[in-house]
Design a protein around this ligand. Structure first.
Ligand code: SIN
Length: 510
């Protein structure tokens, strides 16, 4: 058994920033289940939103965030995001990071959907996340321990406190464990997410007893490059910010008459409009022909197109919506504390409530910068107890039914818990998940086989998402129910919070 002061699970921007703030004072181990470069942050193209332009104001950013989130947001978390965000960006620049600037050395501000002004900073054109993460890898070199390709398979709990992790290859204890495992995009057939984004951090936290919330709110990004029936990578919203328009194969503008902000309408609105066209038998393209110097402004997208032999010079890029971001996750307060003592969460895996029912574009890298500082501050200022590890209370493996494949789960989620939902379909999906005895999966000893464990954790997360979507009988933000198409006042700010205890109590009473 090995010990650390702090264990961080995941290697995206939020994980690295927590590590950066702690590494002078604490012994930190970062675990990743794959290579450390495999993360959603690495793939993030768009940028970081922050009210730092002299004509901008944090209140304007606050309002845009609340409107995009359909007022489901936690107001304090949003205020912290937009106010502390300006300082966090400045701190990142002071560390030596370069955002893109114009020929006079002034910061360049991009435009994205549902922002009322240009406030998005980017780096390397459309390689913002990769540049930020690489910068931090350098800063952290030899200052923390990275353990790659060693998946955390379970969280260890003793006397009601999270005291460590079990990985594929060993057992590690620490006085604080931080989950920063990112999102759940791989539960869907089309996604912008890294191949590792299977929701396992959320499933492990739920299994350990931490509450999760807002699991029904999944943002679908409208424009994934669509080649041979597959979504092969993201085309940033910044492209529409520079004037690109969605058109159908018969030459109509998709967003005409749909929303006053047209192609820069909130992502859920744009995704539904594209899905509607596709269901009616049309293909949808992003017309980029009006963007000057496309390849130098968007080098990552240009090379993506070239890899798949899509001629971006002809101006029409085939697109499809894909799962992009989970607004829900492990319930945390604004200092990253979960409901399970000793366990923290940050980044997409966490739910501060900052994104409400729909995340505003480019607020996720900002969230990582802001809330990682707060988690680190909390860990530096709190004397955490260190408890001894007791024998696990987990039941031995007892999956009694044959597991589905990952593709089966992706099909189920895409078809029945997708962009547009309705009661019968959600109910069907719930029953489908429940044939796999979710209560047993929640309680059993961790599965050591990587493929099987991933599927088990995907089943738990898919079930949480489906049942939460069934429970929320209204449409709000990214959760759109065709049978309940309006926001309902009685649901405002009401979050669907789920715990293992409540789950097992219900199962026991059947
Ligand atoms: C994008 O570049 O369109 C994605 C940015 C984001 O999700 O905030």
């Amino acid at each position: 058994m090995r010990e650390a002061d702090v264990i961080i699970v995941g290697s995206g921007l939020a994980a690295l920033m927590v590590a950066y703030h702690l590494c002078e004072h604490k012994n930190v181990i970062i675990f990743t289940k794959s290579k450390k470069e495999t993360s959603n942050s690495w793939l993030a193209q768009g940028g970081v939103a922050a009210a730092i332009h002299p004509d901008d104001h944090w209140l304007s950013h606050y309002t845009d965030t609340m409107i995009a989130g359909c007022e489901h947001n936690d107001e304090e978390a949003v205020r912290i995001l937009v106010q502390e965000g300006r300082e966090a960006i400045q701190q990142f620049i002071n560390l030596g990071f370069s955002f893109d600037v114009d020929e006079h050395g002034q910061l360049l501000f991009g435009q994205e959907g549902a922002h009322r002004m240009r406030r998005i900073l980017h780096a390397g054109g459309d390689a913002t996340g990769k540049n930020m993460v690489s910068f931090l890898f350098e800063k952290l070199s030899n200052r923390v321990t990275f353990i790659e390709n060693d998946p955390v398979i379970d969280l260890l709990v003793s006397d009601g406190r999270c005291v460590g992790v079990q990985t594929k290859n060993g057992t590690y204890t620490a006085s604080a464990i931080v989950i920063a495992t990112g999102g759940i995009g791989q539960l869907y057939a089309f996604t912008s997410n890294a191949e590792t984004a299977t929701g396992d951090g959320i499933a492990m936290a739920y299994r350990a007893g931490a509450a999760v919330a807002d699991m029904e709110f999944v943002q679908f990004h409208p424009t994934m490059l669509y080649v041979d029936g597959k979504a092969v990578g993201l085309i940033s919203e910044a492209v529409r910010g520079e004037g690109a328009m969605l058109v159908t194969d018969d030459g109509r503008r998709v967003m005409d008459g749909v929303h006053p902000q047209k192609d820069l309408a909130p992502r859920d609105v744009v995704s539904r409009a594209i899905e509607r066209e596709m269901k009616n038998g049309h293909f949808v393209f992003l017309d980029v022909s009006m963007i000057p110097h496309f390849s130098s402004r968007f080098p990552t997208i240009t090379s993506l197109c070239e890899r798949y032999q899509i001629d971006w010079r002809n101006g029409l890029l085939p697109v499809v919506p894909g799962a992009h971001f989970l607004m829900g996750g492990i319930v945390v307060n604004v200092d990253g504390e979960t409901t399970l003592p000793g366990l923290y969460a940050v980044g997409e895996a966490a739910c501060t409530g900052v994104h409400g029912a729909n995340r505003l574009a480019s607020n996720s890298l900002l969230e990582a910068l802001v809330f990682s500082r707060r988690v680190a501050f909390q860990l530096l200022n709190k004397t955490e107890q260190r408890l001894t590890l007791k024998k696990s209370e987990r039941k031995e493996n007892n999956v009694r039914v044959a597991l589905p494949t990952k593709e089966d789960i992706q099909r189920m989620m895409t078809q029945y818990v997708g962009i547009v939902r309705e009661y019968d379909q959600l109910f069907y999906a719930k029953q489908w998940f429940e044939q796999y005895s979710i209560d047993e999966l929640v309680n059993m000893a961790p599965e050591h086989d990587d493929e099987k464990r991933t599927i088990i954790y995907m089943l738990i997360v898919g079930w949480l998402m489906t049942t939460s979507a069934l429970q929320r009988r209204e449409s709000r933000g990214a959760h759109y129910r065709s049978d309940e198409p309006f926001e309902r006042t009685y649901w405002e700010k009401r979050r669907i919070v789920r715990t293992k205890e409540e789950h097992l109590m219900k199962e026991g009473s059947r």
